[in-house]
Design a binder for this molecule. Structure first.
Ligand SMILES: C[S@@+](CC[C@H](N)C(=O)[O-])C[C@H]1O[C@@H](n2cnc3c(N)ncnc32)[C@H](O)[C@@H]1O
Length: 404
């Protein structure tokens, strides 16, 4: 592989913003990709993948390069030199890469590889917390899986086409996919590609959605004609799936505390041809209270640490703080107490997160069932999805039924 100066500079600029200015990796990468319209798909994937790689392995690479944050530009080039050396890429004779100690890099890598917190590049507090929650054996396997690059998974939008029809459509646009057992509407890309530029995407034939995430709406057991409330709808990944499962019949009320996310949901719903979704911003407590006792089904896709989706958001390893996880657990408990009241008698509720920590998942549900607010509910099904077992994102979902 030959390294191109413009592409490497784009990576360095993105890393500077992510590491030193605390910006989000996905946003900075999107910005970097807009810099030159002439860049082709290989150039673009070099920028995206290299940036994500260096974000993912920040602690390991910084230790090998012996550099500390905040990173100066010369130090960011040192991190890049570590990345390139470990991949066996020949370094060009640019002044920024002069005197890279190639042999020493390989030696340090072998040495640090023996210790999990360096090998998997994780902060000490996270390593400690995850061992307490999952046990060392499970965590060691899980973090190794969460450090891999995620496959691109699509969900066929059955309001527009079947999975088989979508597969054919994409094939005609030179995108090859395969199906996976156990995931009704999922197609996995054989090779990474910019699916957003396809005609199939513009027509609303699919959404990009991880396979584990695709299990959540199905878990809620919705039927056409039902009244469903998606309480933490965000930009609508699950609402859109619910609309498809309900064949556009009945009503989905999608709530969130952020109006801008719901605006994006509406835009996506239009493209997907989902006509039974109504959005409401939770700007006062009244919005939720008005819904008490009205829904056949409620989805709580709760805000969480996001530790199950580190493959997609590796910068979360560095942005997450233990205090945030403490706070989010309190929010999850409050949300369960308040939003469970939206359910009618005999109705069903799904509580889901994209976290792998029992304290945000099964323990949260258990505590809810023991509180006054949960006394009428019964846990009838539960899925604990770990990335090293499923091959997809880490997720949790619990199905609760309201008794008479
Ligand atoms: C896991 S994300 C939802 C993802 C979304 N359901 C999807 O499938 O694309 C959690 C969402 O909860 C929202 N949220 C945070 N606190 C909330 C609250 N108190 N009430 C409702 N929504 C909340 C966040 O804005 C975020 O969009």
């Amino acid at each position: 592989m030959r390294l191109h100066r413009n592409l490497v500079f784009a990576v360095i600029d993105a890393l500077k913003a992510i590491f030193d200015e605390n910006k989000y990796a996905d946003k900075e990468i999107a910005k970097a990709l807009k810099r030159d319209k002439r860049w082709g798909s290989r150039d673009r994937s070099f920028i995206a993948e290299t940036t994500y790689d260096i974000v993912r392995w920040k602690r390991l690479y910084a230790e090998i390069a012996d550099v500390k944050e905040p990173f100066s530009r010369p130090n960011l080039f040192r991190l890049f030199a570590v990345w390139a050396t470990l991949r066996g890429i020949e370094l060009p004779d640019w002044k920024q890469l002069e005197e890279t100690p190639t042999r020493r890099i390989k030696g340090r890598f072998d040495e640090l590889n023996k210790t999990r917190k360096y090998r998997e590049s994780i902060p000490d507090w996270l390593d400690k917390l995850a061992i307490e929650e999952l046990g060392e054996e499970k965590w060691t396997k899980e973090i190794a899986a969460l450090n891999k690059q995620a496959p691109v998974v699509l969900r066929a939008n059955t309001l527009k086409n079947s999975k088989t029809a979508l597969k054919d459509k994409l094939f005609k646009e030179n995108i090859e996919t395969h199906t996976v057992k156990g995931y009704k509407n999922a197609l996995i890309l054989e090779e990474r590609a910019n699916v957003f530029s396809t005609e199939a995407f513009k027509y609303g034939s699919f959404e990009v959605q991880d396979a584990s995430s695709q299990l959540v709406a199905e878990f809620l057991d919705v039927k056409p004609g039902m009244r469903v409330v998606d309480t933490c709808a965000g930009a609508g990944g699950k609402s859109l799936h619910l609309a498809a499962l309900m064949e556009n019949k009945g009503l989905i009320i999608s709530l969130d505390i952020y109006e801008n996310k719901l605006k994006e949901l509406k835009r996506r719903a239009k493209r997907a041809g989902a006509h039974n979704i109504e959005t409401r911003t939770i700007d006062t407590t009244k919005v939720v209270k008005k819904l008490y006792g009205t829904a056949d089904r409620v989805l709580i896709d709760a805000p969480c640490s996001g530790l199950g989706v580190l493959r997609r958001n590796p910068d979360a390893k560095w942005k997450l703080q233990p205090e945030f996880i403490d706070e989010i657990r309190k929010t999850q408990a409050e949300i369960l107490d308040r939003y469970s009241k939206i359910i009618k008698e005999d109705g069903k509720l799904v509580y889901a997160t994209c976290s792998i920590l029992p304290s945000e998942n099964q323990k949260q549900v258990k505590a809810f069932l023991e509180r006054e607010s949960g006394k009428d509910f019964m846990l009838t099904n539960e899925k604990i999805i770990l990335s090293h077992e499923s091959g997809y994102d880490g997720f949790y979902m619990a199905l609760l039924e309201k008794r008479k």
